[in-house]
Design a protein around this ligand. Structure first.
Ligand code: MN
Length: 340
């Protein structure tokens, strides 16, 4: 009874958001997808013991929150029906049209990609990734698939330990790199952080504790440098946009374990990003940053004059702030930002 209420609550929230985002006829199709999914998943349970329908609703909600179209939201709602229930692709096509049916079909096929985690190295991950991308003629399929994985990994603690490990590893090797490739940072970071929390709970907790212990001073430090940089940059580039953030747990984890460092020795826990209109303004801002702070030798990279193979462009530099705390600065134009 209580569980059904949570499905209802989650769906009402989704419905509310859909009503604000889509015209009535489109929102109605999402509603219909919900009814059909409810009907066909009826009686199925998740490992958590919750009714199965909570999963497609959660996935549809993530897809909606990422600003996807109503077809994607409806397809997310139906994504497991053809694979796991008696609903056929023909039924979906008849009830929802060819576009939504094609998305559901793409998702059903992605679910069938054979993944042998045990003897897989990065090269193989690369192959699987290419396969995944090639298989979907529609990028929306991949985004719904990422939302599917995101919800699954949020709820992995109900799954048996070995399966949990496999899923976490697969997430790290295949899904997070796809999210990265698509430039969806929030999904990439949550996938990585959750995966690490299952693969190395102790190491993960150590970093989390460290971050929360210093939570307030982190915030203060970020706000101080952001204001300092803002003041100077805006005298030269008045409409520059500035972001400052703490890197993800996984980003810090990787540095600690791959470079064998302590938490205190990690350079770029902090990252500042400056976005401007033109390439020349990028170099103007770099000059300002290097004038204000001391750059760390060997940490400056000019990916504007020499873009990465994947077309990525930005200036990267790591500098030392007034309190002796290093932080990374990335500078790029809006165009480079959108490409990234
Ligand atoms: Mn699913």
């Amino acid at each position: 009874m209580e569980l059904n209420t949570s499905v209802e609550l989650m769906y009402n929230e989704l419905r509310h958001q859909a009503a604000a985002q889509f015209p009535v006829n489109e929102a109605e199709i999402i509603d219909k997808a919900f009814s059909v999914a409810c009907e066909h998943h009826n009686g199925q349970m998740r490992s958590s013991g919750e009714p199965y329908i909570i999963h497609p609703v959660a996935v549809a909600k993530i897809v909606l929150e990422y600003g996807m179209d109503y077809q994607s939201v409806a397809a997310a709602m139906l994504h497991d029906t053809v694979e796991d229930t008696d609903l056929t692709l023909e039924d979906v096509k008849r009830e929802f049209g060819a576009d939504i049916a094609a998305l559901v079909d793409g998702l059903t096929k992605l679910g069938k990609v054979p993944l042998d985690i045990k003897d897989k190295e990065e090269q193989q991950a690369e192959n699987v990734r290419k396969m995944l991308l090639a298989m979907s003629e529609d990028i929306r399929v991949i985004i719904i698939k990422l939302a599917d994985r995101l919800h699954n990994i949020r709820t992995l603690n109900f799954v048996a330990p070995q399966k949990r490990r496999d899923k976490a590893l697969e997430t790290l090797e295949i899904y997070a790199p796809i999210a990265h490739r698509l430039g969806i940072r929030a999904i990439k970071e949550e996938l990585e952080d959750k995966a690490i929390s299952y693969l190395d709970p102790i190491g993960y907790k150590e970093i989390e504790d460290e971050l929360s212990k210093q939570g307030k001073s982190h915030k203060e430090f970020l706000e101080t440098i952001k204001k300092q940089i803002n003041d100077r940059v805006h005298t030269v580039v008045p409409d520059a946009a500035l972001e400052a953030r703490i890197k993800s747990v996984h980003g810090i984890y990787r540095k600690m374990y791959m470079q064998n460092r302590n938490f205190d020795e990690i350079y770029d826990i902090y990252a500042v990003r400056i976005i401007v209109n033109s390439t020349i303004e990028c170099y103007d801002c770099l000059g300002i940053i290097h004038d204000m702070f001391t750059p760390i030798p060997g940490r400056f990279k000019d990916y504007i004059s020499t873009p990465k193979p994947n077309m990525y462009q930005s200036l990267h530099t790591t500098v030392i702030g007034k309190a002796g705390i290093p932080f990374e600065v990335q500078i790029r134009t809006w165009e480079m930002h959108h490409i990234a």
